[in-house]
Design a protein around this ligand. Structure first.
Ligand code: PAF
Length: 460
């Protein structure tokens, strides 16, 4: 650890105007907010090659993969999935959009609903319809254990209210043969492998998958567990999203777009040759998402994407576990001396790991961009902007769902291990969140079980 990371001297809590004076920056709060914009590298002017990059991805010629299919499939109907689906259908001449449900209960709820998605922005709710919907079941499970369909229905054990299988009934047709060319994945990091396994037969080298998720290390897991052969795997794209979207009280298929943000969007070069190849599907996804005004999506080169992803990781590694542990909204981490100490120690460790990453070594300006001070300014800006939001991790913990901690602070710990840096602070966060998750699980499993209900029976 550097001397900076072990220095526990904290004069002012982050977010307090005086904290800025302490650092000699002499800036107002909203100046920090503006300067710490996620889309701008610290202290740098845009690289002129960015323009060439932009021109390259907007070429009109067709890449490998042949004919363009306009339909976009969206895997995951959480808040981000709903925002993307809704905004795509709001376009003039919208592309056909299919929602892929990996939970039967949600699929049946959708079928029984008005089949529209509502997004509320500044108190105004807009509804869009015309979506396709398909089930994408991730296997049969009870108490987390994989079962065959026969085992699933042979078991006479009572259902637990909070066990996923209780809510699930068989899907009508699990063998939809239609290939998927354009896929946007918005499921949580921990569910990605299972969700993709459910539709793997429909994906090929001609498909493109845009990953729009929190956390890092997900694609490595997908490569290992879903598309092991690098020569036949689909093309991957990555989107770093800074929009604030949260669940809405208006129902399962509604969300609130509370914080306007951006999406940095680009390709992940193919592993077999490290080439950045724009397939027909990738080009189509990029152009379609970039034509949605509300998403404010901009193309980014892989090297810029990686840095934007690391910035987002640092923000999530602070706001998500702390808000989940203290059970408070994002704004609560500001103006609180003891939490400021935790934040600074966490960020010092994160900065140390990021700056040691070999993939960043040859890039200019990284020492400033990933300094503890700059990361702190980013965290402060996002905590201000999303002050009233319940972070996704707090939402997961409250609901007894698996969190993304392994892909956020866990990723820092793992990269630190590879680089010879022991990340005590991040390791502790991982363990505390897992501990909290287990306590919630235990409390829920101690609730009274319900009598078994046959899937065909209606639950009133
Ligand atoms: C940045 C963030 C913490 C804001 O709520 C969000 O990414 C989340 O909730 O995970």
């Amino acid at each position: 650890m550097s001397s900076e990371s072990t220095r526990p001297v904290v004069e002012r809590p982050i977010g307090s105007p005086n904290a800025n004076r302490t650092r000699g920056m002499n800036e107002r709060k909203d100046d920090i907010h503006k300067k710490a914009s996620l889309s701008e590298p610290a202290g740098g002017t845009p690289d002129p090659s960015e323009q060439d990059y932009h021109n390259a991805v907007h070429r009109t010629s067709k890449g490998p993969g042949g004919q363009i299919r306009r339909r976009i499939h969206i895997l995951g109907t959480g808040s981000v999935g709903k925002l993307i689906a809704h905004s795509l259908r709001g376009l003039p001449n919208p592309p056909p959009v299919t929602l892929l449900f990996h939970r039967a209960s949600y699929y049946y709820e959708w079928q029984a609903s008005k089949k529209d998605i509502k997004i509320t922005t500044n108190g105004i709710t807009v509804s869009h319809s015309g979506f396709g919907a398909e089930p994408a079941r991730c296997g049969w499970r009870r108490y987390g254990k994989s079962l065959t369909i026969e085992q699933f229905f042979a078991d006479e054990a009572p259902y637990n209210l909070h066990d996923d299988s209780f809510q699930e009934a068989p899907f009508p047709d699990q063998n939809l043969p239609d290939p998927i060319q354009n896929l946007i994945v918005t499921v949580k990091a921990a569910s990605t492998v299972n969700a993709l396994l459910a539709i793997r037969p429909r994906l090929s080298k001609n498909s493109s998958i845009l990953f729009l998720q929190n956390g890092m290390g997900i694609i490595e897991k997908v490569n290992k567990d879903v598309f092991a052969d690098p020569t036949t795997r689909p093309n991957y794209m990555l989107g770093i999203i800074s929009h604030g979207v949260s669940p809405s009280t208006e129902g399962r298929f509604a969300a609130t777009h509370a914080g306007m943000g951006t999406i940095a969007l680009g390709l992940i070069p193919r592993e077999e040759d490290g080439m950045e190849r724009w397939s027909t599907a990738s080009r189509y996804i990029l152009r379609t998402v970039c034509r949605v005004p509300v998403l404010a999506a901009v193309p980014a080169a892989p090297v810029e994407l990686m840095q934007a992803q690391l910035e987002k990781l640092a923000i999530n590694a602070v706001i998500n576990p702390i808000t989940a542990l203290v059970d408070a909204r994002n704004g609560a981490i500001l103006y609180t001396n003891p939490l400021t100490r935790v934040i600074r120690l966490l960020l010092a460790e994160i900065s140390l790991v990021i700056l040691a990453m070999p993939e960043l070594k040859s890039l200019p300006n990284v020492a400033t961009r990933f300094s503890t001070k700059r990361l702190e300014a980013l965290v402060t800006a996002v905590a201000y902007k999303t002050g009233n939001n319940v972070s996704s991790m707090l939402g997961d913990v409250r609901e007894g769902r698996r969190t993304e901690i392994e892909f956020i602070n866990g990723y820092i710990v793992q990269r630190g291990e590879e680089l010879g840096i022991t990340c005590f602070m991040n390791y502790m966060m991982v363990q505390l969140i897992k501990g909290k998750q287990q306590i919630v699980d235990k409390e829920r499993s101690e609730e009274l079980p319900l009598a078994k209900v046959k899937p065909s029976q209606k639950i009133i």
